[in-house]
Design a protein around this ligand. Structure first.
Ligand code: BG6
Length: 488
């Protein structure tokens, strides 16, 4: 799809996301496709910056990201602009004039993307202002991109959807979840629907359980002002992890098109049963050791109140009430300051009905105590070593019948070995915004289906258990599932 000349307006342009992700992603896109003259960036924020100040911050960000020096200066000096913006109508009117000036200067056809990289409480008012100012329509295309979190719970998400829909049509709205831009997350669809071999096993008849691990070894860093009032359910579970869940469990779409795919994801999410509190573990990290270094407890991190009971970890068991999945438990664990950074999906297949290869030779039933039988496991690693690993049993040499011993071996595929470095998620997603492809963006009913699952947990006042930084979460996690697949 071709990239039209446009103005890309960033709300919150002085923030960290703009420097770290948005400017590098836009620049990469323009360089790669050799279309630098089509993308004009207008940064806005409250700060009283000039064009030059915005350009120099962007240049530094691009240099830090190792882009070619000469190209950086030319693009930033010619195509980057800044307009300070308050909250009232006059500010938005001035914004409109600035956009029109840029369009006139470069003879652009009023194609506009508005990217909201703002504190979430300002999404509603900003969208209203865009609508009231008439900025939600133009002679070209107009699109609005909204970062997560989309709402704080089901009710606020519905309210925000109403506000958005009062100004924009759903086909103009791009709710971003950067996990969907990750190459390996998109590849879940290809893996499932281009490889009939696995898809025919992908159901309650062959799968014993599915585990999703999304762990980070980093702590809250300097983001406590946001994270402490959000917590891990809102920060990771409601969005990124639920997206993974829906891609793993959805039915094949009628076609690889945005709405067909999103329709199937919503259907899968609607069949997930809200977890009962006894199937959920919340945790918060205490002091510990990560990667050989002592790290402080969550409550000793900068800007975290001493008595905070915000969860930095969540583990849960979900059931899906549909024909494909009824009876297959889905276990999820995710948290900050865990042992390792890892995003993995482990599909544990049912074991053979009789375990024939036992010490002493006597067969046994796998479910019975003392009977050893390893299941086949398909491990899909999305981060950091992207790829697949299929575990299967082989005979250990020099053991023979009567005392035959088995060994678990691996069939592995590494994405990087096959294809080299993987593009950044934001580059993929911003390209889709500019070309108008909504496949990798979250639809309004998807957001609401996800909040429906977790809002009761947020209201339930669950106990928050301690876990030492560098561990795999509170002990209670292992009451939920005693042996999680070891993804190493
Ligand atoms: C963000 C969360 O959306 O995702 C962060 O706000 C989290 O708290 C991050 O660290 C994880 O993303 P990734 O791509 O590093 O797995």
């Amino acid at each position: 799809m071709s990239i039209d000349p446009h103005v890309f307006v960033i709300f919150g342009a002085t923030g960290d996301l703009t420097k770290r992700k948005l400017i590098p992603a836009l620049f990469h896109l323009m360089q790669n496709e050799d279309i630098a003259e089509r993308c004009h960036v207008l940064g806005t924020a409250r700060s009283d910056w000039s064009d030059d100040k915005f350009r120099s911050v962007a240049k530094e960000a691009l240099r830090n990201a190792d882009f070619d020096e000469a190209d950086i200066d030319a693009w930033c000096d010619q195509r980057l602009f800044y307009q300070s913006l308050g909250e009232d109508g006059a500010d938005f009117e001035a914004l409109q004039h600035r956009i029109e000036d840029i369009e006139e200067q470069f003879d652009l056809p009023q194609n506009r993307a508005f990217y909201l990289s703002l504190p979430p409480r300002t999404y509603g008012p900003t969208i209203k202002q865009l609508g009231e100012q008439g900025l939600s329509e133009s002679d070209g295309w107009t699109r609005v991109v909204i970062e997560k979190p989309f709402g704080q719970d089901l009710e606020s998400a519905k309210e925000l959807n109403d506000t958005v829909h009062a100004a924009f049509r759903e086909d103009q709205v791009f709710r971003i979840d950067h996990y969907l831009g990750k190459e390996t997350v998109q590849n879940l669809l290809v893996f499932r629907f281009a490889n009939a071999m696995f898809e025919s096993l992908w159901n309650r008849d062959r799968i014993e359980r599915v585990e999703i691990t999304v762990s980070e070894n980093l702590g809250v860093g300097d983001r406590a002002s946001y994270y402490d009032s959000s917590g891990h359910v809102r920060d990771m579970l409601q969005n990124h992890i639920t997206q993974l869940l829906s891609l793993v469990t959805m039915e094949p779409p009628a076609a690889m098109e945005g709405d067909e795919i999103r329709q199937e994801k919503v259907k899968a999410l609607r069949a997930v049963m809200p977890p009962s509190p006894e199937d959920v573990v919340f945790g918060q990290y205490s002091e510990g050791e990560v990667g050989g270094e002592r790290v402080p407890a969550y409550t000793d991190e900068p800007d975290v109140p001493d008595d905070s009971d915000t969860e930095t970890f969540v583990a849960l068991r979900l059931e899906i009430a549909n024909w494909r999945w009824r009876g297959v438990p889905f276990y999820i664990r995710s948290g900050k300051r865990l042992d390792k950074k890892r995003t993995q999906i482990a599909v544990v297949f049912q074991r053979a009905p009789i375990a024939l290869f036992q010490p002493g030779g006597e067969p046994c039933i796998p479910e019975e105590a003392g009977c050893s039988a390893e299941p086949n496991v398909l491990l899909i690693t999305l981060q950091p070593n992207e790829g697949f690993d299929l575990r299967f049993e082989v005979k250990s040499p020099e053991t023979n019948s009567g005392d035959m011993q088995l060994d678990t071996q691996h069939l592995s595929f590494s994405y990087r070995d096959a294809f080299g470095p993987i593009p950044d998620a934001y580059t993929t997603l911003l390209r889709d915004v500019i070309t108008g492809d909504q496949t990798l963006f979250v639809r309004s009913d998807e957001v609401e289906a996800s909040w429906r699952l977790y809002t009761p947990l947020l209201d339930a006042d669950l106990p928050v258990h301690d876990y030492p930084a560098g561990s795999w979460g509170p002990d209670e996690t292992f009451e939920l599932l005693p042996s999680w697949v070891d993804g190493d």
